[in-house]
Write a protein that binds this ligand. Structure first.
Ligand SMILES: [Zn+2]
Length: 89
């Protein structure tokens, strides 16, 4: 009965990979990592939702607030993509 082992292993692999990916993407977007790990492991399509979602708050080294309009932009962006103002520092 070796044939029944493989599908279970594949399912297990999908759950692990989805959970880990979800965790990394959640961290990038300033979201709760354990929650998104679990959600993505159980429902892999949520990875897409997470992928297209915007960050909730500043994440050091990844996202910061625009000095002028307050929108979240990339940490190293020189110009805000929302209001086009120059970012110093
Ligand atoms: Zn701005």
């Amino acid at each position: 009965m070796t044939g029944s082992v493989k599908p279970v292993f594949l399912l297990f692999l999908i759950i692990i990979v989805s959970g880990v990916l979800g965790g990394f993407m959640a961290a990038d977007r300033g979201r709760r990592v354990p929650l998104w790990c679990l959600l993505c492991a159980l429902l892999p399509p949520l990875l897409l939702q997470l992928y297209f979602s915007r960050p909730l708050h500043e994440v050091e080294g990844i996202f910061r607030k625009c000095l002028k309009c307050g929108e979240l932009i990339k940490w190293y962006a020189l110009v805000c993509k929302y209001c086009k103002s120059k970012q110093s520092g």
